[in-house]
Design a protein around this ligand. Structure first.
Ligand SMILES: Cc1cc2nc3c(=O)[nH]c(=O)nc-3n(C[C@H](O)[C@H](O)[C@H](O)COP(=O)(O)O)c2cc1C
Length: 157
């Protein structure tokens, strides 16, 4: 099966998923979007949705089968992952058909934690849970996330 990958990853988390997809599907079958049976569209989560930098690449997905994937900083809730994925899906053009989707937590840069620690002095009720979330995100996507991603991808085919 021929496939293409469109992916935005600022710090490498989402790119780990893209790389796993290449390993699972075979590097030789990766091709340009126009020739692909399936297009994998991946993004880090920016303000609850897809990276706007991908917007120019999306119109060519009309009429294509799409597997949506991503990573986000806030973890632990499938309901949250689903909301973000719904936002990703809403960015696709009419005629793109979503055949599967996957989202998991992705670790954030240390500067984010330093900011939370400073702010927790003023507002601990708000920022201590965010520090806990930051610490839970460290190391993600991990091996189990990548296995779950591959399983979701295979189930979509
Ligand atoms: C400017 C900025 C905005 C972000 N907005 C969100 C957000 O709204 N929701 C969320 O869960 N994570 C948010 N994050 C966290 C990233 O989506 C998360 O760390 C992701 O795994 C980064 O993926 P990457 O390494 O592929 O770039 C944001 C990060 C940055 C830098």
């Amino acid at each position: 099966m021929s496939y293409a990958i469109i992916c935005s990853s600022k710090t490498g988390n989402t790119e780990k998923l893209a790389q796993r997809a290449r390993e699972a599907l075979g590097e030789k079958d990766e091709c340009p979007v126009v020739d692909a049976d399936l297009v994998l569209v991946g993004s880090w989560t920016d303000k609850g949705g897809m990276d706007p930098a991908l917007a120019d690449a999306l119109p060519q997905l009309a009429g294509k089968k799409v597997f949506l994937f991503g990573t986000c900083g806030f973890g632990g809730s499938q309901a949250y992952y689903d909301r973000v994925l719904d936002r990703f899906a809403a960015a696709l053009p009419d005629g793109a058909r979503v055949v599967g989707r996957f989202m998991c937590q992705g670790q954030m840069p240390p500067a984010v934690r330093e900011r939370y620690v400073k702010m927790s002095n003023q507002d601990p009720a708000r920022f201590e849970p965010m520090i806990e979330n930051f610490d839970r995100a460290l190391g993600h996507p991990d091996a189990a996330d990548l296995d779950a991603f591959e399983a979701a991808l295979r189930a979509s085919m």
